[in-house]
Design a protein around this ligand. Structure first.
Ligand SMILES: Nc1ncnc2c1ncn2[C@@H]1O[C@H](COP(=O)(O)OP(=O)(O)OP(=O)(O)O)[C@@H](O)[C@H]1O
Ligand SMILES: [Mg+2]
Length: 505
């Protein structure tokens, strides 16, 4: 085969949903050993394009070729058989099944008579783990693994397939810096073996770190293509969001810091611990400040903040709210104490996917929309329109089912749901994963506005650029301990990186 011939090619691809053109006129190629970035704002059509290429979505028009051969459309198994693998934005693993079974789901190596050869599967899987230096228990049910490990299972699945093309839809969404670096190493190794890769990410650093070429989408269309070496960041941002927003997005870093906010302590934790998970955690969270907790994935930040809201229980230490001991036993009592909580896993805990945007936005504030025994649709719709507007949810349609929104727009709805409640204490766990640069700036502006109104805000974030941008104070967690806290203006990113890595070998 001619080395330059595309391994995967889409011609004139289009997809419409009702009167929405999610994708129009897309011509797209990937060559062997090419890493092609696919970028664009939330709702630009990236996932739609990927899903057409994997067979998950039937295009309204256009064709797909693999190594010059017409490929079947809307046929996921046919695409897998032709060597197209995908790591989806939202995991499509079977949570109740083991890691091993997930890796081979749908294409078990069989012995005679169709009996699954589990011995061979296990040997092959162990070999893959060793070659890619991945540490995972093959017998654990996937649903019991943390998000980062679930991503690894998806990568293993693609590796086991020996795919010729791997489509990665925001593969590093929830990964910590060290894991991102490892994934990048995997991408480079696959590239060296001639695998073609499509890489979707909202983190431009990643594009410049691992991609050779870039395709930029806006409003369902491909608006530019370039070699990565021939394009710079400001140009990329402008092509993604248009001229108008580019200035706003880059201006987000300019801000005043308010360490300890108004000085009033809203939440005070002393020696909080949960056996085998975290321990000795003490901090004060003040009204009018943004306190960011950073650290590696697995440093137990999520576990800690879940106990502050009542989704989980701590077993030692004390928690006070407004100077009084707070006995928070459930999310309901967390809410009764004025806490709002944006969880990390929007699909399992945060959103009702089969309800519409307005209903999801109203979920945390139902009490406000009650008129006697009834809910006022009008009042919900008004509040919904305001939130949709403030957060630029696209499309701006409160009647749309949340399941049908793009990933980043789902995240905006989740943030908006809690902001609408004007909580006195707002805890957000990785609030901007999957959110594009423009919308990130909008979320930061909203957090600052809430801070200005006196909210005490605790943000868990692995994204150091985000931490350095929004934090008034920064806490670093390592292996379940809060090892340091800093005024954000008095510490460098390098120092934080050192502390994050400090306690782990
Ligand atoms: N099944 C569906 N029914 C109706 N509309 C849909 C459906 N799937 C996607 N859309 C719409 O198509 C558009 C493109 O969505 P897509 O998921 O491709 O965006 P994206 O570029 O991947 O965005 P993000 O960065 O937020 O993940 C969005 O407006 C989305 O709401
Ligand atoms: Mg997407």
């Amino acid at each position: 085969m001619n080395a330059d011939a595309p391994v995967l090619r889409g011609v004139g691809l289009g997809k419409t949903y009702g009167n929405l053109a999610a994708l129009a006129d897309a011509d797209f190629t990937v060559r062997p050993g090419e890493v092609r970035a696919l970028i664009g704002s939330n709702g630009a059509g990236k996932s739609t394009l990927i899903k057409i290429l994997t067979g998950a979505v039937l295009p309204t028009r256009g064709t797909v070729e693999i190594e010059g051969q017409a490929a079947p459309l809307g046929d996921p198994l046919g695409m897998i058989r032709r060597g197209v693998a995908c790591i989806y934005q939202h995991s499509n693993l079977a949570p109740a099944m083991s890691v091993l079974d997930n890796i081979y789901l749908g294409r078990q190596p069989t012995r005679a008579l169709g009996i699954v050869d589990t011995g061979r599967q296990r040997r092959e899987a162990l070999d893959l783990l060793a070659r890619h230096d991945i540490d995972i228990d093959l017998d654990r049910p996937v649903g019991s693994l943390p998000t980062v490990k679930q991503k690894e299972v998806e990568i293993l699945k693609a590796l086991a397939l020996d795919a010729r093309v791997i489509l990665m839809d925001e593969p590093t969404g929830w990964l910590a810096a060290a894991d991102v670096a490892r994934l990048h190493a995997t991408v480079r190794a696959l590239k060296a073996r001639g695998v073609g890769i499509v890489y979707i990410s909202h983190v431009l650093d990643e594009i410049f770190a691992v991609c050779d070429t870039v395709t930029i989408m806006r409003d369902g269309r491909i608006v530019a293509e370039s070699d990565v070496a021939a394009i710079d960041r400001p140009t990329v941002v402008r092509l993604m969001v248009g001229d108008k927003l580019a200035g706003e997005a880059s201006g987000a870093a300019l801000q005043q810091r308010h360490p300890r906010g108004t000085g009033v302590v809203r939440m005070s934790a002393r020696d909080l611990g949960k056996r085998g998970v975290f321990g000795g955690v003490s901090f004060d969270l003040h009204a009018g400040e943004i306190f960011c907790l950073t650290g590696l994935i697995g440093s137990k930040r999520t576990e800690l903040v879940r106990t502050l809201f009542g989704s989980d229980r701590f077993d030692t230490g004390t928690l006070e709210i407004d100077g009084r001991p707070a006995d928070i036993r459930s999310p309901q009592s967390g809410m009764a104490h004025g806490i709002g909580f944006v969880p990390e896993d929007r699909h399992r805990e945060g959103l009702m996917l089969d309800m519409n945007v307005t209903e999801n936005l109203a979920m945390a504030t139902l009490d406000r929309h009650r008129r006697g025994p009834l809910l006022s649709r009008g009042s919900m719709a008004r509040a919904g329109r305001q939130a949709i507007d403030e957060l630029s949810v696209r499309p701006p349609d409160g009647g749309k089912l949340v399941r049908l929104l793009s990933g980043g727009n789902q995240q905006k709805v989740l943030v908006g749901k809690w902001l609408g409640r004007n909580p006195r204490i707002l805890i957000l766990d990785e609030p901007t994963v999957g959110v594009d640069v423009g919308a990130k700036a909008e979320i930061y502006a909203i957090l600052r506005r809430a801070r200005g109104e006196g909210a005490a805000i605790l943000v868990v974030s692995s994204d150091l650029e985000e931490v350095m941008t929004v934090a008034d104070r920064i806490g670093v967690m390592v292996s379940g301990r809060l090892v340091a806290t800093h005024d954000a203006g008095a510490v460098t990113q390098e120092q934080i990186v050192r502390e994050i890595g400090g306690g782990t070998a």
